[in-house]
Structures are given as C-alpha cells and as structure tokens.
Write a protein that binds this ligand. Structure first.
Ligand code: ADE
Ligand code: ZN
Length: 350
C-alpha cells in the first residue's frame, strides 16, 4: 500500500520532472560520461589512468572538492579536438532536453585545456557549434560561461581573458571555480573588473567549502550577479540578509554537496532552510557525470529526501527561470508553462 505521503512525493517527483527549468550551474567537463571519455580517448589514442568506464565511474566517493577535481582534470585530458568538445556538449544538451531544461548556461574551464596546448579556439569552437545545433535541432536556449580556475594566479586568468576576447560573442559571462580553500575572490579583483568592462555577466563559486566571507567577497570584489553554491551563507545572518535584500540567486547543487561531503546526506541538506530564509535558490547538477545524476535526478532526489513542499519545489523551478541571463520575453512562455504544469497536477504553489 502506498501512504498518502508517498503518493504526494511520487506526484511531486513526476511534476518536477515535467516542469520547464533552467540549468545555471553545470560544468561541461563534469558532464563527461565515462563511456564517452573512453570513446574519445580511443579515437585520440590516449591512455586513461582507469582500466574501463566502470573503473572511472567507481572513482567516487570523493573525500572533498580537491579529491574530485583531481579525477575531473585527469578525465578531461582526453578532450583534444573541436569534435571532442562538440560531442561532449551535444551529449549534455540531448540529456538536458529530455529533462525539460529550456535554458542552459554552461560553464567551461578553458585553462584546463590551454594548459595542455589545446587552442582556446578549438574549445570554444566545438562547444559553440553544439550550442547552435541545440537551438536549431532541440529548441533549447543555451549559452556559455567561461570559468577561471581560482587555484591559478590572476595573471593566468588575465591571459586567458585576452585569448578569449576575440571570441567575445561566443560566451555571455565569466565565473570562478576550482578549489575554494586558500583562494579568496579578492585574488581576482582586477580580472573581473576587466570582464565587467567587456560587458560580461559575472558569477562565482563561493560558500561551497569556503566561509560566508567569500560570498561577500564575490559580491564586492567581483561584482558577482549570482553565487554558485552559497550554501554556507546560513552561518552568517548579515550575509543572508544581504543576499535576500539584493535578490542574489544561489545555484545550489544538492547531489554535489553530498558527494563532496559538504553535507552528510540530502536529508540534512539546508536547501529548505535557504528557501525559508527568503533566498532565491534553485537546484542544479554541477558535475552530473560524477555526482549521481542530471538536473532532474537532483530535483527528484531532493523532493524525495528533503522537507520540500510543492510550493517550495515550484519556487525553486521559478527561481531557476528568473535567475537566467536571458530576456524576460524569452523566459515568459516557460514561466507560464510552469504554472500550467503545477495547476494541471492540482498542486498548491503557495
Ligand atoms: N569545478 C567543477 N565542479 C566544481 C565545484 N563543485 N566547485 C568548484 N569547482 C568546480
Ligand atoms: Zn560548480
């Protein structure tokens, strides 16, 4: 027998699966499925440090962010040609379409590749070809966000920006990722000032493993318009009050947070408390090939394990659509459709 609670959870899972959503926190290199990594390695004549896709899939559990990044960088070393970058992004976009993602703002880490001698043009060429194809063939709106690796010096980021600016029309913004510990946002003040002058949107990972002061730093030193993760903000009431007042979106990745031991389990994740505090949070996948699932799997697992009402799930989905860097006119039909999906299921949206 199914209890009324189980029935409600199953209905909510079906609704979040069907609902239109925006994916605003996904690293394209973190979408590299083990099978595709081995296919690309074979065609490029590269030896991976794992014996099989299954062995790569077993590289988790990770003990923290750095232990994951070591695997992530090693697997991405198979990517060499424009075709490789195209195939990677295309594989992600096809899955995103199945998950009813209507807008994807996709991070890429060019320094990972240029450091191995791959031209910036090869990386951005392959990724943007997949994005154009996704718009044409899947009807999916997508864009790229260039992330700087924060464990590298700011000068390296500035050199990367200079290489990237001739391709300015291929990406809409910049972000900051990689190991947060010991790498505060202030390290990249000049770099982000240059990015803002180039008219780029700015986002930054902060408050994942780093303290709430890194969230403040991302806002003040970098001009971040969204905070990626940000879950540690609840440790500082003044930071929460500011994020609420300024309506700064938090792109939260619950599956990632559990796999990287930021939280012990989904049941103890603070997402429902972030929403209760009035924060503009939404759910994303981060590195779906490594953390146990796509954006829909993250939504379904979250509504199954956390104290999230239908109204909270609706809020998360709405926040995702409202937090994307797209024209309100592009968002409008999807916001309307979200209302229809919840209304048809007879779910309260608060
Ligand atoms: N790069 C890929 N995933 C990341 C994460 N969760 N945090 C920081 N950098 C990343
Ligand atoms: Zn991330």
């Amino acid at each position: 027998m199914t209890s009324p609670q189980q029935g409600h959870a199953a209905l909510l899972a079906a609704v979040v699966e069907r609902a239109p959503k925006a994916e605003l926190h996904v690293h394209v290199e973190g979408t590299l499925q083990p099978e595709l990594a081995f296919t690309i390695a074979r065609r490029n004549g590269i030896e991976l440090p794992w014996s099989s896709p299954e062995a790569l899939a077993r590289a988790s559990p990770f003990s923290d962010l750095q232990s994951f990044l070591d695997v992530y960088y090693a697997a991405a070393a198979v990517l060499r040609t424009e075709e490789d970058f195209h195939d990677l992004a295309w594989d992600y976009l096809c899955g995103a379409r199945r998950d009813n993602v209507v807008r994807a703002e996709i991070f890429f880490d060019p320094q990972m590749h240029t450091a191995r001698g791959i031209p910036f043009e090869t990386v951005v060429g392959g990724l943007s070809r997949a994005i154009d194809r996704g718009r044409r063939e899947l009807g999916l709106s997508a864009a790229l966000i260039l992330c700087f690796l924060r464990h590298l010096p700011e000068a390296d980021g500035i050199e990367t920006l200079e290489r990237a600016l001739p391709f300015r029309d291929r990406f809409i913004g910049v972000g900051l990722d990689s190991g947060e510990r010991g790498n505060p946002p202030e390290k990249f003040r000049d770099l982000f000032a240059r990015c803002r002058r180039a008219g780029l949107h700015c986002v930054a990972h902060a408050g994942e493993e780093g303290p709430p002061a890194f969230i403040t730093g991302a806002l003040d030193a970098l001009g971040a318009e969204r905070i990626d993760h940000g879950v540690r903000c609840l440790e500082d009431d003044a930071v929460v009050a500011r994020l609420v007042r300024e309506r700064i979106p938090l792109t939260v990745c619950p599956l990632s947070n559990v796999r990287l031991r930021v939280f012990d389990s989904l049941a103890t994740h603070n997402l429902s408390r972030l929403l209760a505090a009035g924060l503009k949070a939404s759910i994303h996948s981060d590195d779906p090939a490594y953390f146990g699932g796509s954006i829909n799997e993250a939504y379904i697992a979250s509504v199954g394990a956390m104290p999230l009402t239908a109204a909270a799930a609706h809020r998360l989905l709405r926040n995702s659509l409202e937090s994307a860097f797209w024209e309100p006119s592009e968002a409008a039909p999807h916001l309307d459709r979200l209302e229809v999906v919840f209304a048809e299921a007879g779910l309260e949206t608060g």
